[in-house]
Ligand binder design. Structure first.
Ligand SMILES: Nc1ncnc2c1ncn2[C@@H]1O[C@H](COP(=O)(O)OP(=O)(O)OP(=O)(O)O)[C@@H](O)[C@H]1O
Length: 257
């Protein structure tokens, strides 16, 4: 059995008047240390799927397993990183990055040292006593990554974490997040609207259709690109070939919406 198994998952949102089937019969497996991305038209259920994997929503049908255990038993296995950093403005960066450990009751000298080492690794040494408002958007997202990794989650769920940043900061952060996840051997699932970002960062890309959300295609990123860091992958000749194939299929899905 793979590290993460999503087995025949469907989800319908029921409101007073309507029922919206956001996902239908989604199945896939992710291996430990793998990086996969979800791409698809707006409303195809990408965020719903991440919320199910994070155990924030119980699917209407199907099961998710992490290391062979159903989600109920493996609840704290995922760390979530979102478009907004959600750092508390009244707490210092150090207090912010230690918050998850405090809440989980696992703040010790060892876990604190690991969090502070991560802050150093990610190039934020020296800002421990600063408040979020004193940092740039890119620095705040880096601090949010440290806070997410500080609790040592088994996998990372990244929901458009770079979409609010300017282009250059986004490219730099893609590089840093990719390298950090490789060095710390984390499994990661990324939701993005950016085909280039998905190719540059992932091992595999799942393409979703909408209404209801289904996986219509899986793209395997060639080894030549996967070996490279995101920035270098973007310069490789195979990058644009894959970009064009995904673009064509995505464009078709948008047209059929
Ligand atoms: N709480 C909710 N109640 C009712 N319908 C919902 C709810 N949340 C999401 N939906 C619907 O479920 C479908 C999938 O939504 P979801 O946010 O998962 O898609 P998405 O692919 O992440 O979209 P986007 O790319 O725009 O962020 C959409 O049709 C959406 O309107």
């Amino acid at each position: 059995m793979g590290f993460l198994v999503v087995d025949r998952v469907s989800h319908t949102y029921f409101t007073e008047k309507t029922a919206v089937t956001a996902l239908e019969n989604i199945s896939f497996t992710v291996e430990k240390g793998e990086f996969v991305s979800f791409l698809g038209p707006s409303g195809c259920g990408k965020t719903t799927l991440l919320s199910i994997i994070a155990a924030l929503i119980k699917p209407t049908k199907g099961t998710v397993f992490v290391e062979g255990k159903t989600l109920d038993c493996a609840r704290a296995s995922a760390g979530y990183m979102l478009q907004q950093d959600y750092l508390f403005p009244w707490k210092t960066i150090e207090e912010n990055i230690l918050l998850g450990l405090k809440i989980m009751g696992t703040l010790t000298e060892t876990t604190k040292k690991r969090a502070l080492d991560l802050l150093d690794y990610i190039g934020l040494k020296g800002v421990e006593t600063h408040y979020p408002s004193q940092l740039s958007g890119g620095m705040r997202q880096r601090a949010a990554l440290v806070r997410t990794l500080a609790t040592n989650p088994k996998m990372l769920l990244l929901d458009e974490p770079f979409s609010a940043l300017d282009h250059q900061t986004k490219l730099k952060l893609e590089e840093l997040v990719w390298q950090t996840l490789k060095d710390y051997e984390k499994t990661a699932l990324l939701v993005t609207h950016d085909i280039g970002e998905a190719i540059a960062m992932s091992d595999r890309i799942f393409l979703f259709s909408t209404k209801p959300g289904k996986i219509v295609r899986t793209f395997i990123v060639p080894d030549e690109l996967r070996r490279l860091s995101p920035f270098a992958a973007r310069q490789h000749p195979q990058f644009s070939a894959l970009f064009q194939s995904i673009w064509k299929e995505l464009d078709q899905l948008e047209t059929n919406k």
